[in-house]
Design a protein around this ligand. Structure first.
Ligand SMILES: [Zn+2]
Length: 417
């Protein structure tokens, strides 16, 4: 058994309160944190790393990713070989970890094979919580078939890689679809509750699924002791989903004050994903997105910050998500600064740690620096509460990244015995 590691002389970010605490020593044994002390020397026998006052964050959590969205075209993605997608996902996962994200929640696409590839060390990446395939109605946001395309990409015999949705209509079939994802190792269920931008045939302001269908999906998730995350933009789509028992609203760009109050009352989470709209705004035309899609995009992009303001004013718990596709994954940490007009830095960091962990049912295990939690830790060269851009540039200002007690990156020199 290897001796404990002590991260000494750290300025610790307390994700429960959003405050910095100087002169901390965090002791790690195996994959967990065993002790957090202040103004204390590293314990005898511990291998110490002197952080020289640098900021120590809990490992970051991205609550909305698609690690298999290797290209920004959902239909073409379904035609790629799954082995190629897995190989490309390997690079996407490694990039996330090097940006300090030690946990990600996949919102559709990743399967249990990828979870195992990371767990067994074949792929270097964040711990993965997956939805499997997103559950969508025919013609819904997860139905990526072009109009008049006759194939049924929703059948169970077809591949599960990429952004393929599971197409199901009616209470019985949606129950079966949810059970199928859970059987295949999904940690949570993703449902498409309203129109989307990248899908070809659904109006942005449309609602998707009847309340009976959505309630059935929530019942199945709860029966399996988990929860549902729902894609929704408009107040109508959001309030329908919340009233059916959905736990987290994804994107939510068109949220208003009244709907925010309902979310707060029901204890639901909002996971804004400003970075993907910003990235698509800059890259959409070059990627061949239609003017129709770009118009939908601009509508939601322009209101994303306001949605966060409404949510914050109503005390809605706000998580951190990004929803990036293909090469745009490089913008994952841009979300920190894009939110700055609506939230103080300490709250944004809480979103990406404490709040996301609570949303995912991992309170106390992830997103905190506390005894018993997984030793997922990130060192920042500087004070991110004063300068969130320190989290950008692909982890350049993060000299040390630890996941489950394992040093994935260490530029702070040899560990003293
Ligand atoms: Zn998404």
């Amino acid at each position: 058994m290897t001796s404990p590691i002590a991260l000494h002389n750290a300025t610790l970010f307390d994700s429960a309160t959003g405050e910095l605490r100087p002169h901390a020593t965090v002791t790690v044994e195996g994959e967990r944190i065993v002790d957090v002390a202040y103004d204390a020397a590293p314990g005898p026998g511990a291998r110490a790393i002197d952080l020289a006052g640098r900021t120590l964050l809990p490992g970051l959590i991205d609550g909305h990713v698609h690690v298999t969205a290797t290209i920004p075209d959902f239909f073409r993605l379904t035609l790629l070989p799954q082995t190629l997608i897995a190989a490309q996902a390997k690079d996407i996962l490694a990039g996330m970890l090097m940006r300090g994200f030690t946990t990600v929640r996949d919102a559709g696409g990743a399967d249990t094979g990828l979870v195992q590839a990371v767990e067994r060390g074949h792929f270097i990446g964040p711990r993965l919580f997956i939805a499997g395939r997103a559950i969508t109605q025919t013609g819904g946001h997860g139905d990526s078939r072009p109009a008049f395309f006759q194939g049924n990409s929703g059948c169970i015999c077809c591949g599960a890689a990429g952004m393929l949705g599971s197409i199901a209509d009616g209470v019985g079939p949606v129950r079966r679809a949810a059970r199928e994802e859970l059987r295949n190792g999904a940690h949570h269920i993703k449902v498409m509750a309203g129109g989307g931008i990248a899908s070809p045939s659904d109006p942005l302001d449309g609602t998707q699924y009847s309340e009976e269908e959505m309630t059935a999906i929530v019942q199945e998730a709860r029966a399996a002791r988990t929860y549902v995350m729902a894609h929704a933009y408009t107040p109508e789509a959001i309030s329908r989903a919340i009233n059916c028992g959905v736990r987290s609203i994804e994107h939510g760009n068109l949220l208003d004050a009244e709907t925010a109050a309902l979310m707060a009352q029901k204890g639901a989470f909002l996971v804004p994903t400003l970075s993907t709209y910003d990235a698509l705004y800059r890259n959409g035309e070059r990627l061949g997105w239609s003017s129709q899609m770009m118009a939908k995009l601009e509508l939601v992009r322009s209101q994303g910050v306001d949605a966060i303001r409404f949510a914050r004013a109503a005390n809605v718990k706000i998580g951190y998500g990004t929803d990036l596709l293909g090469e745009m994954h490089a913008d994952q940490s841009l979300e920190f600064t894009l939110r700055a007009p609506a939230m103080p830095a300490s709250e944004i960091l809480r979103s990406a740690t404490f709040v996301n962990a609570e949303m995912m049912g991992q309170a106390g295990k992830l997103g905190v620096i506390a005894p018993g939690a997984y030793a997922d830790l990130v060192v920042v060269d500087g004070n991110p509460l004063q300068d969130l851009t320190l989290l950008q540039e692909q982890g350049r200002h993060l000299p040390l990244i630890m996941k489950a007690g394992k040093l994935c990156k260490n530029e702070l020199g040899a560990i003293a015995a």
